[in-house]
Design a protein around this ligand. Structure first.
Ligand code: C5P
Length: 306
């Protein structure tokens, strides 16, 4: 039996750091947006140890992979409480989401593992348990159980669905280097002058596209200081006519938002450079996200157009 799930990317339309916490994390107020761009996970039930296979050889397929972490936590919580390792399934990962980019690829994969593995193992897991495990796998993982446009508070793991952004076309540019999340937050902490705390700013969207003018990512300036190319890409996207352009999450990818698909496609073609990954995609509403998340049997799977 094969089960296939799409794991969609996200961007952070807005990311404000409200302060440091005692636990090594930062308190955030962020607006997540799901994208059509996705990886694909195929779960195959077979006797034996848990295995991850990936078409990108740079991705670790051992316990460093968030799918592995999700499988271990899930197994220990709902299958075998005595700490044994997960087993009896192989997960094949088809990677399309650029890595170390701030697009949530690893977290999205982990969230889909949390939805797919219980089916393969034949166990039921309630939503609060899934959400709890998701948050312990990583701060971004709970968003991927919801999708669409959503507000993230706390570590970014406390998710509140928002009114969906109207369908918007998105150009993603991931330069030839990635940025590690730990490093980006470290650079933020070492900034000589921190951006002011921003409690008075309204967290919820005003009218689109005017709303776009107030978008901000507090991690962007520290990352640009270490990687000026990120600022250069943002300017290229704005020059190409993006309504707004910003770094996503902790980078290194930069996104530009476009109201028209043809403008996004043209920009993606124009920005193609050796070493850069450039993708034209679009936003996904919460209902579109839910429809695509629904597990489907591989054999009866119909082709889908993005
Ligand atoms: O939760 P996750 O494992 O993705 O976080 C990776 C790292 O990013 C954390 O160890 C922390 O250094 C940083 N982080 C943070 N504040 C957040 C989320 C992540 O400082 N809200």
């Amino acid at each position: 039996m094969n089960l296939v799930l799409s794991a969609h990317a996200k961007i952070n339309l807005d990311l404000r750091i409200l302060g440091e916490r005692g636990d090594g994390y930062h308190d955030l107020k962020t607006i997540f947006q799901a994208l059509a761009l996705h990886d694909e996970l195929t779960f195959t039930r077979r006797k034996g140890p848990f295995v991850i296979e990936c078409d990108d050889e740079k991705i670790p397929t051992d316990e460093r992979n968030l799918v592995w972490k999700a499988a271990s936590l899930l197994w220990r919580t709902v299958v075998e409480r005595r700490g044994a390792a997960p087993r009896d399934v192989a997960v094949r990962l088809r990677k399309r989401i650029p890595v170390s980019a701030g697009l949530g690829g690893g977290s999205a994969n982990a969230a889909m593992a949390l939805l797919g593995l219980p089916r393969v193992w034949g166990v039921d897991v309630d939503i609060p348990t899934l959400s709890r495990i998701a948050a312990s796998v990583g701060s971004d993982v709970p968003f991927f159980l919801v999708g669409g446009t959503a507000l993230g508070l706390g570590r970014g793991d406390d998710i509140y669905p928002l009114v969906d952004l109207p369908r918007t076309y998105v150009v993603i540019v991931r330069p030839h280097f990635g940025v590690s999340t730990v490093e980006a937050y470290g650079w933020y902490d070492n900034e000589p002058r921190r951006p002011l705390r921003d409690a008075t700013r309204r967290p919820l969207p005003e009218r689109w596209p005017e709303w776009a003018m107030n978008l901000r990512n507090d991690l962007e300036a520290p990352v640009v200081r270490h990687h000026p190319a990120v600022g250069g890409i943002k300017q290229l996207l704005l020059d190409a006519g993006a309504v707004v352009a910003a770094m996503s999450g902790s980078g290194s990818a930069v996104f530009g938002l476009f109201e028209r698909m043809d403008a996004a496609r043209r920009t993606a073609a124009d920005l193609s450079r050796p070493g850069w990954l450039v993708v034209a995609t679009r936003t996904l509403s919460r209902s579109e996200y839910a429809a695509r998340m629904r597990p489907v049997l591989a054999r009866s799977r119909k082709r889908r157009i993005n």
